[in-house]
Design a protein around this ligand. Sequence first.
Ligand SMILES: *Cc1c(COP(=O)(O)O)cnc(C)c1O
Length: 355
Amino acid sequence: MYTFNPGPSQVYPQVRRYLQDAFDEGWLSAPHRGERFVQLMRQTVQELKNKLNVPQDYTVFFLSSATECWEVLTQSLTPTKSFHLYNGAFGEKWYEYAKALRPETKGLKFGIDEVPDARNLPGLDEHTNLVCLTQNETSNATQLRDGAILNIYNRLPGNALLAVDATSSMAGIQLKFIKADIWYASVQKCFGLPAGLSVMLLSPRAVERLRKVNERSHYNSLTAQYEKMLNFQTTHTPNVLGIYLLSRTLHDNPIIKTTHQHVLERANKLYDYFDQATRLRPLVTNPETRSSTVIGLQGAPALIEEVKRQALAQGMQLGSGYGSWKPTSLRIANFPAIPDAAFEQLVQFFAKEFA
Ligand SMILES: *Cc1c(COP(=O)(O)O)cnc(C)c1O
């Protein structure tokens, strides 16, 4: 059975062995104030920086989910308001979480075949603390390319920081971390691990802002987490097992450049195939805005249902459409943990049943 669900998604097969090792090595009862845990944290952070090409001067945080990152970024880095550029359900949810805490927050929606124009962003002004982008919009299978993010970064007004949700792309494709101040992801997507842990990266500029804002009124205030993290410690008992699994997968996986090429090749093959040969078409028309890690397909509701049902009967779980796209689309995760054999089986299935 393969799952192409874009989260929670297929985990790496070696997770089974890592879990056994975690038990045998005593990690499940390891004290999180002990030297052994500190060593694990230090090692995981270094492994993450090396394998994903994270600048050495960025600070790594471990939280519990991408949703927690949304809230924490508002609490600890947004004294006044944020600005959200979004085209789908996750970007919009982030906007709503932020607006609930900072009512002046502004949002701007763009189309799924559109690249946002950095020179024309109504609602973005010099009182904005945080500009928020979703690099890979999992709900509708779109993606912002490096150039689109860079154009926004180069035009940030006043003292605004750029924050990027990379939940369904980090560890799958190479991201230019230096071109934004804040990046985060949760591990149940491209990291190929069970849910319950997220990774957030802050640039030195974002850390400086954090200390200036000095917000301390929540258990998960980033300020306190930063101070603990200086010594590879946490404010509360962390997900030690999740961190252990992360360190093991990062250690055993190739560098991101290699993974990136593999993921892109597979994405190109899939888009080429669905552009021509089947009754389903890519959900996103513009090749420039298509996601490389989540492939969206569209078709009539009855066809979508039929494809999902038959795929499942042949041992392949496809991802349903999300939100308003649910009846007319389906999603195929192109995450690194899913083996090439699964994609071969998938394409054969479409060629045989739905060409
Ligand atoms: C899955 C996802 C989230 C939510 O992640 P959680 O870890 O469940 O909070 C947020 N943003 C994007 C783009 C996602 O794909």
